[in-house]
Design a protein around this ligand. Structure first.
Ligand code: AMP
Length: 414
C-alpha cells in the first residue's frame, strides 16, 4: 500500500510559486514632481547610547533615494526600527537614522514626529522637489503589523507612488510593506531589484551545475527549502546540525549530536526524493566531534559512521571539506544558507570558514542567504568575493522555499 503523503511536505505545496515575475522599478515610472513613499530597511543596530554601530543598511538605501532626488521626486521615507510593539518608545525613534541620512545625503532630512498624524501630514503636504522627509518608526502604530487597511490608506494618502526597497521585511504582509500598494502605483527600489535578480535568476534559471549548500541547526526550519531545492539543483550539500538527523535516518549512530527524532521519517523521504530526482545529496563523511557543547570542549575528527555515544558532531571534518570542494569547483551556480558547524566557536568554525574560502575562489555565481551564513562569510573575510549576499535572512529563506513574498508580490509587473 502507498504511504500517505507526509504533512510536512504537503504543507507548502499550495503556497509554492515557480517563477518570480519581473517587477517594475523606479526606472519604469515617471517620478518627477511626485511624492514617492519609499519603504526602507533602516533597522540598524545601535549601542546603549543610541549610536548607530553599523550604517550598512542606510548606505544600502542610498542609490534608490539618490535616484529619486536626481529625478526631482519629493521623497518620503519610512521604516521600522526594532520591536516597539505598537507603542511610541523613544529608544526606537528614527532620529539617529535621520541624522546619519542627512550626513550621507549632504542635505537636511526632516523627521516627522509621527507616521500618519499631523506632523507627517504637515511636513509632506508642502514638499518641494528633491526634499526628503522621514516618517517616524512605522511600528509605533500597532496597525502597521496588523496590515490594517485604514492605516495603509492613510499612509498611502501622503504620497502618489509607493516604492518598496526593504527586502528584509518583504516576507511580511504589513501596511508599509504590502498593504499600501492597494492604494498607490507600486514599484521596487534598486535593493529589491538586485535581490530578485540574484535570488530569482539563480533559483529559476541557474547556470549548471547548480549546487546548494544547506546548513544550520534544524531540519524542521529548512524542510520546505530542501524540498523546493531538490526540484532545482544538481547537488545538495548538507552540513551543520541538521546533517545528523539525515545520518541517523540512514541508520548511523550519531552519539549525542543534535537530532530531531520526529523528523527522521521526513529525512528518509527527502533522501528518497533526491534519489528519484537524480539529485546528488551529500552528507558529511567525517565530523569534528566534541564531548560537550562548549567552545573549549575536548574534540576529535572521526568518520561519520564512527560517532561514539557521549560525543556530538559540531563541525564537518577535513575529508568532507575535500569532498564538498570537488563538487563546488565544478559548479556554475552556488547558493548557500546556514553554517556548516557551530561557527560561533573558533574550534568548530573550520568547516564554515573553509567553505567560505572555496566559494571565494571558484568561478561561479555565488549567492548567500542572509542571517548566519552572511555573518559567517563576513567573519571569514570573503564577503567581497561573493556575487550576492542577501540583505534579508527570513525573506531569503522564504524565497528559497518558493513562497510568494507579499512585499514583492504587491509590486507592478513589467
Ligand atoms: P540556522 O539559524 O538554522 O541557520 O542555524 C544556525 C545555527 O546552527 C548556528 O548558531 C550554529 O551554531 C548552529 N549549528 C551548526 N551546526 C551545528 C551542530 N553541528 N550542532 C549544533 N548546532 C549547530
Amino acid at each position: 500500500m502507498k504511504n500517505p503523503p507526509n504533512p510536512d511536505l504537503m504543507l507548502f505545496k499550495t503556497k509554492k510559486t515557480e517563477v518570480f515575475m519581473d517587477k517594475k522599478t523606479v526606472r519604469d515610472i515617471d517620478v518627477s514632481g511626485k511624492k514617492v513613499l519609499v519603504r526602507c530597511d533602516f533597522n540598524v543596530p545601535q549601542d546603549e547610547n543610541g549610536n548607530i554601530t553599523d550604517t550598512r543598511r542606510i548606505v544600502g538605501a542610498l542609490p534608490t533615494i539618490k535616484y529619486l532626488i536626481e529625478h526631482n521626486a519629493k521623497v518620503i521615507l519610512c521604516s521600522h526600527l526594532g520591536r516597539p510593539k505598537g507603542e511610541v518608545k523613544k529608544e526606537f525613534s528614527l532620529k539617529p537614522v535621520k541624522d546619519e541620512l542627512s550626513r550621507q545625503l549632504g542635505c537636511e532630512v526632516k523627521l516627522a514626529d509621527d507616521i500618519v498624524g499631523e506632523s507627517a501630514k504637515t511636513l509632506t503636504s508642502n514638499m518641494k522637489e528633491k526634499e526628503v522627509v522621514l516618517l517616524e518608526n512605522v511600528r509605533f502604530d500597532k496597525r502597521e503589523e496588523a496590515n490594517d487597511r485604514e492605516f495603509s490608506k492613510e499612509l498611502a494618502s501622503l504620497a502618489d507612488i509607493y516604492v518598496n526597497d526593504a527586502f528584509g521585511t518583504s516576507h511580511r504582509a504589513h501596511s508599509s510593506t504590502a498593504g499600501v500598494a492597494e492604494f498607490l502605483p507600486a514599484v521596487s527600489g534598486f535593493l529589491i531589484e538586485k535581490e530578485i535578480k540574484f535570488l530569482g535568476d539563480s533559483l529559476n534559471n541557474p547556470q549548471r551545475p547548480f549546487v546548494a549548500i544547506l546548513g544550520g541547526k534544524k531540519v524542521s526550519d529548512k524542510i520546505s527549502v530542501i524540498n523546493n531545492l531538490i526540484d532545482k539543483v544538481d547537488t545538495l550539500i548538507i552540513g551543520g546540525g541538521m546533517a545528523y538527523t539525515f545520518l541517523k535516518a540512514k541508520g548511523l549512530n550519531i552519539g549525542s549530536s543534535i537530532c530531531e527524532e520526529d523528523k527522521l521519517d521526513l529525512a528518509k523521504e527527502l533522501l528518497e526524493k533526491a534519489k528519484t530526482k537524480n539529485v546528488e545529496l551529500l552528507l558529511p563523511v567525517d565530523v569534528n566531534v566534541a564531548k560537550e557543547y562548549d567552545k573549549d570542549a575536548e574534540s576529535k575528527i572521526v568518520s561519520a559512521d564512527k560517532i561514539e555515544d557521549g560525543w556530538m558532531g559540531l563541525d564537518i571534518g577535513p575529508e568532507t571539506i575535500k569532498k564538498y570542494e570537488a563538487v563546488l569547483k565544478n559548479a556554475k551556480t552556488v547558493m548557500w544558507n546556514g553554517p556548516l558547524g557551530v561557527f560561533e566557536f573558533e574550534k568548530f568554525s573550520t568547516g564554515t570558514n573553509e567553505i567560505a574560502k572555496i566559494l571565494g575562489n571558484i568561478d561561479a555565481t555565488t549567492v548567500i542567504g542572509g542571517g548566519d551564513s552572511a555573518a559567517a562569510i563576513e567573519k571569514a573575510g570573503f564577503a567581497d568575493k561573493m556575487t550576492h549576499i542577501s540583505t534579508g535572512g527570513g525573506a531569503s529563506l522564504e524565497f528559497l522555499e518558493g513562497k510568494v513574498l507579499p512585499g514583492i508580490d504587491c509590486l507592478q509587473d513589467l
